[in-house]
Design a protein around this ligand. Structure first.
Ligand code: PEP
Ligand code: MN
Length: 339
Protein backbone atom coordinates (compact mmCIF):
# COMPACT_ATOMS: atom_id res chain seq x y z
CA UNK A 1 0.00 0.00 0.00
CA UNK A 2 1.29 3.42 -0.98
CA UNK A 3 -0.15 6.44 0.84
CA UNK A 4 0.70 9.73 -0.86
CA UNK A 5 0.52 12.52 1.72
CA UNK A 6 -0.86 16.02 1.23
CA UNK A 7 1.76 18.75 1.27
CA UNK A 8 0.00 20.58 4.11
CA UNK A 9 -0.76 17.62 6.37
CA UNK A 10 -0.85 18.27 10.10
CA UNK A 11 1.89 16.65 12.15
CA UNK A 12 -0.57 15.33 14.72
CA UNK A 13 -2.59 13.62 11.96
CA UNK A 14 0.57 11.94 10.71
CA UNK A 15 1.30 10.73 14.24
CA UNK A 16 -2.23 9.34 14.52
CA UNK A 17 -1.70 7.46 11.26
CA UNK A 18 1.71 6.09 12.25
CA UNK A 19 0.40 5.00 15.66
CA UNK A 20 -2.50 3.26 13.97
CA UNK A 21 -0.12 1.41 11.58
CA UNK A 22 2.04 0.33 14.52
CA UNK A 23 -1.00 -0.92 16.45
CA UNK A 24 -2.17 -3.17 13.60
CA UNK A 25 1.36 -4.52 13.10
CA UNK A 26 2.01 -2.84 9.76
CA UNK A 27 5.66 -1.90 9.13
CA UNK A 28 6.24 1.08 6.89
CA UNK A 29 8.83 3.29 5.22
CA UNK A 30 8.39 7.04 5.02
CA UNK A 31 9.97 8.65 1.97
CA UNK A 32 10.21 12.42 2.16
CA UNK A 33 10.66 13.89 -1.31
CA UNK A 34 11.26 17.49 -2.29
CA UNK A 35 7.61 18.12 -3.10
CA UNK A 36 5.73 15.26 -1.53
CA UNK A 37 6.00 12.44 0.98
CA UNK A 38 4.81 8.86 0.78
CA UNK A 39 4.26 6.09 3.28
CA UNK A 40 4.96 2.64 1.91
CA UNK A 41 3.15 0.02 4.00
CA UNK A 42 5.33 -3.07 3.82
CA UNK A 43 3.17 -5.75 5.44
CA UNK A 44 -0.29 -6.37 6.89
CA UNK A 45 -1.65 -3.86 4.36
CA UNK A 46 -4.86 -5.89 4.24
CA UNK A 47 -5.51 -4.85 7.87
CA UNK A 48 -5.41 -1.14 7.06
CA UNK A 49 -8.89 0.41 7.28
CA UNK A 50 -8.77 2.61 4.18
CA UNK A 51 -11.76 4.74 5.25
CA UNK A 52 -10.06 5.46 8.59
CA UNK A 53 -6.99 6.75 6.72
CA UNK A 54 -9.19 8.77 4.34
CA UNK A 55 -11.01 10.38 7.27
CA UNK A 56 -7.73 11.65 8.68
CA UNK A 57 -7.68 13.95 5.66
CA UNK A 58 -3.96 13.51 5.29
CA UNK A 59 -3.70 11.54 2.03
CA UNK A 60 -3.91 12.64 -1.60
CA UNK A 61 -4.24 9.00 -2.69
CA UNK A 62 -4.09 5.49 -1.29
CA UNK A 63 -2.89 2.87 -3.76
CA UNK A 64 -3.77 -0.69 -2.78
CA UNK A 65 -3.39 -2.34 -6.17
CA UNK A 66 -0.13 -4.22 -5.53
CA UNK A 67 -0.70 -5.05 -1.85
CA UNK A 68 1.10 -8.10 -0.55
CA UNK A 69 2.74 -9.05 -3.84
CA UNK A 70 6.07 -8.07 -2.41
CA UNK A 71 8.20 -10.98 -3.71
CA UNK A 72 6.35 -11.59 -6.95
CA UNK A 73 5.93 -8.02 -8.15
CA UNK A 74 8.34 -6.52 -10.65
CA UNK A 75 10.15 -3.65 -9.01
CA UNK A 76 11.08 -0.57 -11.03
CA UNK A 77 13.57 -1.60 -13.72
CA UNK A 78 13.75 -5.19 -12.44
CA UNK A 79 14.76 -7.69 -15.10
CA UNK A 80 13.03 -10.99 -15.87
CA UNK A 81 13.85 -13.85 -13.56
CA UNK A 82 15.34 -16.66 -15.61
CA UNK A 83 14.31 -20.07 -14.31
CA UNK A 84 16.94 -22.63 -15.21
CA UNK A 85 16.04 -26.33 -14.96
CA UNK A 86 18.96 -28.52 -16.03
CA UNK A 87 19.85 -25.91 -18.69
CA UNK A 88 16.25 -25.57 -19.89
CA UNK A 89 15.56 -21.88 -19.37
CA UNK A 90 12.39 -19.81 -19.11
CA UNK A 91 12.48 -16.00 -19.06
CA UNK A 92 14.61 -13.25 -20.56
CA UNK A 93 15.49 -14.21 -24.13
CA UNK A 94 14.84 -17.88 -23.41
CA UNK A 95 11.86 -19.73 -24.84
CA UNK A 96 11.33 -23.37 -23.87
CA UNK A 97 8.94 -26.00 -25.08
CA UNK A 98 7.30 -28.58 -22.81
CA UNK A 99 5.48 -31.43 -24.56
CA UNK A 100 4.06 -34.84 -23.84
CA UNK A 101 0.85 -36.70 -23.24
CA UNK A 102 -1.89 -35.72 -20.82
CA UNK A 103 -1.28 -38.88 -18.81
CA UNK A 104 1.52 -41.40 -18.40
CA UNK A 105 -0.06 -44.59 -19.73
CA UNK A 106 2.83 -47.05 -20.04
CA UNK A 107 6.62 -47.15 -20.23
CA UNK A 108 6.54 -47.89 -23.95
CA UNK A 109 4.22 -44.93 -24.62
CA UNK A 110 6.31 -42.45 -22.63
CA UNK A 111 9.74 -43.49 -23.93
CA UNK A 112 8.47 -43.38 -27.51
CA UNK A 113 6.84 -39.96 -27.09
CA UNK A 114 9.85 -38.59 -25.17
CA UNK A 115 12.13 -39.45 -28.08
CA UNK A 116 9.70 -38.05 -30.63
CA UNK A 117 9.12 -34.72 -28.90
CA UNK A 118 12.84 -34.29 -28.26
CA UNK A 119 13.47 -34.81 -31.96
CA UNK A 120 10.79 -32.22 -32.75
CA UNK A 121 12.53 -29.61 -30.59
CA UNK A 122 10.87 -29.90 -27.17
CA UNK A 123 13.17 -29.46 -24.16
CA UNK A 124 11.01 -30.89 -21.40
CA UNK A 125 8.67 -33.87 -21.11
CA UNK A 126 5.28 -33.61 -19.46
CA UNK A 127 2.91 -36.41 -18.42
CA UNK A 128 0.41 -36.73 -15.60
CA UNK A 129 0.92 -39.52 -13.07
CA UNK A 130 -1.68 -38.18 -10.64
CA UNK A 131 -4.60 -36.99 -12.75
CA UNK A 132 -7.28 -34.56 -11.55
CA UNK A 133 -10.33 -35.94 -13.42
CA UNK A 134 -13.84 -34.54 -13.29
CA UNK A 135 -15.32 -38.03 -13.04
CA UNK A 136 -14.13 -40.54 -10.45
CA UNK A 137 -14.75 -43.25 -13.08
CA UNK A 138 -12.24 -41.80 -15.56
CA UNK A 139 -8.59 -42.94 -15.67
CA UNK A 140 -6.97 -41.52 -12.54
CA UNK A 141 -3.33 -41.96 -13.59
CA UNK A 142 -0.70 -44.55 -12.69
CA UNK A 143 0.36 -42.69 -9.54
CA UNK A 144 3.88 -43.41 -8.27
CA UNK A 145 4.44 -45.95 -11.07
CA UNK A 146 3.81 -43.12 -13.54
CA UNK A 147 6.52 -41.01 -11.92
CA UNK A 148 8.96 -43.95 -12.05
CA UNK A 149 8.26 -44.23 -15.78
CA UNK A 150 8.89 -40.51 -16.32
CA UNK A 151 12.19 -40.76 -14.41
CA UNK A 152 13.18 -43.68 -16.65
CA UNK A 153 12.33 -41.62 -19.75
CA UNK A 154 14.48 -38.80 -18.40
CA UNK A 155 17.42 -41.18 -17.92
CA UNK A 156 17.05 -42.62 -21.42
CA UNK A 157 16.58 -39.33 -23.27
CA UNK A 158 18.29 -36.78 -21.01
CA UNK A 159 15.16 -34.58 -21.14
CA UNK A 160 13.91 -33.08 -17.82
CA UNK A 161 10.40 -33.92 -16.62
CA UNK A 162 7.43 -32.01 -15.26
CA UNK A 163 4.42 -33.64 -13.63
CA UNK A 164 1.50 -32.60 -11.45
CA UNK A 165 1.22 -33.05 -7.71
CA UNK A 166 -2.25 -33.33 -6.17
CA UNK A 167 -1.57 -33.80 -2.49
CA UNK A 168 1.04 -33.05 0.15
CA UNK A 169 1.37 -36.77 0.89
CA UNK A 170 2.72 -37.31 -2.66
CA UNK A 171 5.68 -34.97 -2.24
CA UNK A 172 8.19 -37.75 -1.42
CA UNK A 173 7.59 -39.28 -4.87
CA UNK A 174 8.69 -36.04 -6.56
CA UNK A 175 12.35 -36.03 -5.52
CA UNK A 176 13.61 -37.01 -9.01
CA UNK A 177 11.05 -34.86 -10.80
CA UNK A 178 12.61 -31.68 -12.21
CA UNK A 179 9.57 -29.41 -12.10
CA UNK A 180 6.51 -29.89 -9.88
CA UNK A 181 3.30 -28.80 -11.57
CA UNK A 182 0.48 -27.29 -9.55
CA UNK A 183 -2.63 -27.66 -11.67
CA UNK A 184 -5.48 -25.24 -12.30
CA UNK A 185 -7.71 -27.01 -9.78
CA UNK A 186 -5.12 -26.68 -7.02
CA UNK A 187 -3.96 -23.12 -7.66
CA UNK A 188 -5.61 -22.01 -4.43
CA UNK A 189 -4.83 -25.12 -2.38
CA UNK A 190 -2.79 -23.03 0.04
CA UNK A 191 -1.54 -25.91 2.20
CA UNK A 192 -0.22 -27.62 -0.94
CA UNK A 193 1.35 -24.35 -2.13
CA UNK A 194 3.14 -23.92 1.19
CA UNK A 195 4.61 -27.44 1.23
CA UNK A 196 5.65 -27.42 -2.43
CA UNK A 197 7.17 -23.96 -1.90
CA UNK A 198 9.20 -25.30 1.02
CA UNK A 199 10.59 -28.13 -1.16
CA UNK A 200 12.62 -25.44 -3.04
CA UNK A 201 12.07 -27.36 -6.28
CA UNK A 202 11.20 -25.57 -9.54
CA UNK A 203 7.42 -25.17 -9.83
CA UNK A 204 5.02 -24.70 -12.73
CA UNK A 205 1.98 -22.85 -11.38
CA UNK A 206 -1.04 -23.04 -13.67
CA UNK A 207 -3.75 -20.42 -13.52
CA UNK A 208 -7.01 -21.62 -12.03
CA UNK A 209 -9.71 -21.47 -14.69
CA UNK A 210 -11.89 -19.28 -12.45
CA UNK A 211 -9.15 -17.13 -11.02
CA UNK A 212 -8.08 -13.57 -11.64
CA UNK A 213 -4.50 -12.61 -12.47
CA UNK A 214 -4.21 -11.06 -9.02
CA UNK A 215 -5.26 -14.30 -7.28
CA UNK A 216 -2.85 -16.27 -9.47
CA UNK A 217 0.06 -13.99 -8.60
CA UNK A 218 -0.89 -14.18 -4.93
CA UNK A 219 -0.60 -17.97 -5.16
CA UNK A 220 2.88 -17.49 -6.62
CA UNK A 221 3.58 -15.22 -3.64
CA UNK A 222 2.76 -18.17 -1.36
CA UNK A 223 5.43 -20.23 -3.14
CA UNK A 224 8.08 -17.51 -3.01
CA UNK A 225 7.32 -16.66 0.61
CA UNK A 226 8.10 -20.28 1.52
CA UNK A 227 11.49 -20.12 -0.18
CA UNK A 228 10.77 -21.24 -3.75
CA UNK A 229 12.86 -19.33 -6.28
CA UNK A 230 12.17 -21.04 -9.59
CA UNK A 231 8.52 -20.46 -10.32
CA UNK A 232 7.09 -20.46 -13.84
CA UNK A 233 3.49 -19.31 -14.40
CA UNK A 234 1.28 -21.04 -16.96
CA UNK A 235 -1.74 -19.40 -18.60
CA UNK A 236 -4.14 -22.22 -19.53
CA UNK A 237 -7.42 -20.45 -20.22
CA UNK A 238 -10.33 -19.29 -18.09
CA UNK A 239 -14.05 -20.03 -18.00
CA UNK A 240 -16.23 -17.58 -19.89
CA UNK A 241 -19.72 -17.80 -21.40
CA UNK A 242 -18.20 -19.38 -24.54
CA UNK A 243 -18.89 -23.09 -25.01
CA UNK A 244 -17.23 -23.83 -28.36
CA UNK A 245 -13.81 -24.07 -26.74
CA UNK A 246 -12.92 -25.85 -23.49
CA UNK A 247 -12.00 -22.49 -21.93
CA UNK A 248 -11.05 -19.08 -23.33
CA UNK A 249 -7.31 -18.55 -23.66
CA UNK A 250 -6.71 -15.23 -21.91
CA UNK A 251 -3.91 -13.83 -24.03
CA UNK A 252 -4.45 -10.41 -22.45
CA UNK A 253 -2.92 -11.80 -19.29
CA UNK A 254 0.50 -12.18 -20.92
CA UNK A 255 1.61 -8.55 -21.26
CA UNK A 256 -0.23 -7.70 -18.02
CA UNK A 257 1.44 -10.46 -16.01
CA UNK A 258 4.81 -9.53 -17.56
CA UNK A 259 4.41 -5.97 -16.35
CA UNK A 260 3.28 -7.03 -12.87
CA UNK A 261 5.86 -9.74 -12.14
CA UNK A 262 9.46 -10.68 -12.90
CA UNK A 263 8.51 -14.39 -13.07
CA UNK A 264 8.39 -16.17 -16.44
CA UNK A 265 5.06 -17.14 -17.98
CA UNK A 266 4.25 -19.86 -20.48
CA UNK A 267 1.06 -20.74 -22.37
CA UNK A 268 -0.79 -24.06 -22.52
CA UNK A 269 -2.96 -23.86 -25.66
CA UNK A 270 -4.03 -27.52 -25.38
CA UNK A 271 -6.04 -27.32 -22.16
CA UNK A 272 -7.26 -23.85 -23.09
CA UNK A 273 -8.98 -24.81 -26.33
CA UNK A 274 -9.42 -28.57 -25.97
CA UNK A 275 -9.23 -29.23 -29.73
CA UNK A 276 -6.14 -30.54 -31.52
CA UNK A 277 -6.85 -28.52 -34.69
CA UNK A 278 -6.82 -25.24 -32.73
CA UNK A 279 -3.60 -25.84 -30.80
CA UNK A 280 -1.21 -24.49 -33.43
CA UNK A 281 -2.75 -21.01 -33.94
CA UNK A 282 -3.02 -20.49 -30.19
CA UNK A 283 0.53 -21.71 -29.62
CA UNK A 284 1.81 -19.19 -32.16
CA UNK A 285 -0.40 -16.46 -30.66
CA UNK A 286 1.02 -17.21 -27.20
CA UNK A 287 4.56 -16.79 -28.48
CA UNK A 288 3.59 -13.57 -30.26
CA UNK A 289 2.18 -12.17 -27.02
CA UNK A 290 5.52 -12.62 -25.27
CA UNK A 291 5.28 -16.07 -23.64
CA UNK A 292 8.51 -17.54 -22.29
CA UNK A 293 7.52 -20.96 -23.51
CA UNK A 294 4.68 -23.34 -24.27
CA UNK A 295 3.23 -26.53 -22.85
CA UNK A 296 1.61 -28.70 -25.51
CA UNK A 297 -0.09 -32.08 -25.21
CA UNK A 298 1.34 -34.59 -27.68
CA UNK A 299 0.32 -38.23 -28.06
CA UNK A 300 1.54 -40.86 -30.52
CA UNK A 301 -1.96 -42.31 -30.89
CA UNK A 302 -4.54 -39.68 -29.89
CA UNK A 303 -7.74 -41.69 -30.59
CA UNK A 304 -6.57 -44.23 -28.02
CA UNK A 305 -5.33 -41.76 -25.38
CA UNK A 306 -6.59 -42.50 -21.86
CA UNK A 307 -7.26 -38.78 -21.28
CA UNK A 308 -7.57 -35.59 -23.33
CA UNK A 309 -7.14 -37.38 -26.68
CA UNK A 310 -9.25 -34.74 -28.48
CA UNK A 311 -6.68 -32.02 -27.81
CA UNK A 312 -3.54 -34.12 -28.35
CA UNK A 313 -1.47 -33.42 -31.45
CA UNK A 314 0.93 -35.84 -33.13
CA UNK A 315 4.73 -35.45 -32.81
CA UNK A 316 4.88 -34.55 -36.52
CA UNK A 317 2.48 -31.66 -35.86
CA UNK A 318 4.68 -30.48 -33.00
CA UNK A 319 7.58 -30.37 -35.43
CA UNK A 320 5.53 -28.18 -37.72
CA UNK A 321 4.63 -25.82 -34.85
CA UNK A 322 8.33 -25.48 -33.95
CA UNK A 323 9.12 -24.54 -37.54
CA UNK A 324 6.52 -21.74 -37.42
CA UNK A 325 7.52 -20.64 -33.92
CA UNK A 326 11.05 -20.12 -35.14
CA UNK A 327 9.80 -17.49 -37.60
CA UNK A 328 8.09 -15.60 -34.76
CA UNK A 329 10.60 -15.87 -31.91
CA UNK A 330 13.23 -13.45 -33.31
CA UNK A 331 10.49 -10.80 -33.72
CA UNK A 332 9.65 -11.02 -30.02
CA UNK A 333 13.33 -10.98 -29.06
CA UNK A 334 13.56 -14.66 -28.11
CA UNK A 335 16.09 -17.31 -28.99
CA UNK A 336 14.86 -19.82 -31.53
CA UNK A 337 14.22 -23.48 -30.67
CA UNK A 338 16.95 -25.85 -31.80
CA UNK A 339 15.63 -29.23 -32.81
C1 PEP B 1 -2.57 -30.85 -17.04
O1 PEP B 1 -1.71 -30.04 -17.43
O2 PEP B 1 -2.40 -32.06 -17.05
C2 PEP B 1 -3.85 -30.34 -16.51
C3 PEP B 1 -4.68 -31.12 -15.85
O3 PEP B 1 -4.07 -29.03 -16.80
P1 PEP B 1 -4.94 -27.95 -15.99
O4 PEP B 1 -4.56 -28.06 -14.55
O5 PEP B 1 -4.53 -26.66 -16.63
O6 PEP B 1 -6.38 -28.29 -16.25
MN1 MN C 1 -4.62 -32.99 -20.16
Amino acid sequence: MIILLKNDYKKEDLLTLLNYLKKIGADYDICNGKNSSIINVLNNADRVDVSFVKDLNIAVSINTSYDSLSLVKRKDGQRDTVVNVNSVKFGGKNFSLIAGPCAVESEKQIIEIAMQIKKAGANMLRGGAFKPRTSPYSFQGLGKEGIDILVKAKKETGIPIVTEIMGINQLDYFMDVDVIQIGARDMQNYELLKEVGKSKKPILLKRGFSNTVYEWLMSAEYLLSEGAKDVVLCERGIRTFETTSRTTLDLSSLPIVKSMTHLPIIVDPSHAVGKASSVKPLALAGATCGADGLMIEVHNNPPFALSDGAQAILPTELKNIVKNLNSILPIVNKNIIKA
